[in-house]
Design a protein around this ligand. Sequence first.
Ligand code: SR1
Ligand code: MG
Length: 407
Amino acid sequence: AAVDFKSEYFTMSEEDVVRYVKTEMDFFDSNEQLSCKEIGDGNLNYVFRVKGSSGKSVILKQAGPVARISNEFKVSPDRNRIESEILRIQGKLAEGFVPEVYHYDPVMNCMSMEDLSDYTIMRDALLKKETFPQFADHITTFMVNTLLMTSDVVMNHKDKKALVKDFINPDLCEITEDLVFTEPFFPSLRNDVFPALQHFVEKEIWGDEKLKLETAKLKFEFMTNAQSLIHGDLHTGSIFIKKDATKVIDPEFAFYGPAGYDVGNVIANLTFAYMNGAVTMKDQQSREDFLHFIEQAIIDVIDLFKSKFEKAWQQHASDQTAAYEGYMEYYLQNILRDTAAVAGCELIRRTIGLAHVKDLTSISEEEDRAAAEKACLTAGKTFIMNRESYSDGTAFFKVISDAIIKD
Ligand code: SR1
Ligand code: MG
């Protein structure tokens, strides 16, 4: 059942947060001077950084009663509980890959956590054309450890069902069902199509009945396949990064869903960075270096995910049937199929749906933006329609490079 906001709850200002941290938390010394700034730029919550005069700092995240992006979305405060609990679980399964959680307050619907101020949001870093050669290694360890280890393949089935119950997340799942799997595929009023693409979208997306049928299948798969405890929104804005470390944040969309949902989001969001670089970078050498980095990252995310998954399966699979010959290969190929499909939906919905990505919207030249967006839509369609066909990283990357109109 949906959790209501308690009567004592109110959305906090920066001054309220300073008072809250002083009276409700035991983080700073009592004589420290505190300053606070709201730094959130996500679509849902308020994120405050509180700094003490000693140099210590903490992040406090509060869930408001409606989404920040639009008050059409009334989202349960339970997302804050989900986020704090899953961060603790992921912190155990994938040590070092998520921020440490300090506290959760079910009345004020806020939580506090480690301040990662020496990291950058990955989407912003990629827009500055920074490269992170260890990213694929880090994110695949995170995904294999959190996805395989929470599945029925490894967990006691009753313990897993208890987790399914704890992570029922109806409001945020509804957002994904609507914004990812439904609205981008018909002329919904909430869509936001770049005018130069209107005709292309009407014909190639809204006019393609075969594509629409496949998205119906994918939507119901998302709603019914309680495979793994997924992050649920693993785009590059949910990743803090620096050269030698990666931290995954913002798992408030977490629930038991298809494992490929997370992998597909990573692939699609690397693709946005690739398309941005392909149309905006003018210096040939830097362009080649950056595009090569993203290409390799896409290939490695798939191939390292596969090899680490196979190894972890050999070590940890506990179900009797998991050892039957051919089953692991079947299971993994289904995750790759879902990865391709979700990458396709994410590529399309971030291009023409309600919630866009800066990788595309920041392209200033109309022609360049239209070219990048068409390539995303074309790759997206191909991934959805041919989702059974991809078994390695090179095959995934080929869809992306083939989608670019070459002149
Ligand atoms: C109403 S929220 C819009 C989008 O922002 C989040 O990060 C999710 O991706 C959601 O679909
Ligand atoms: Mg988020």
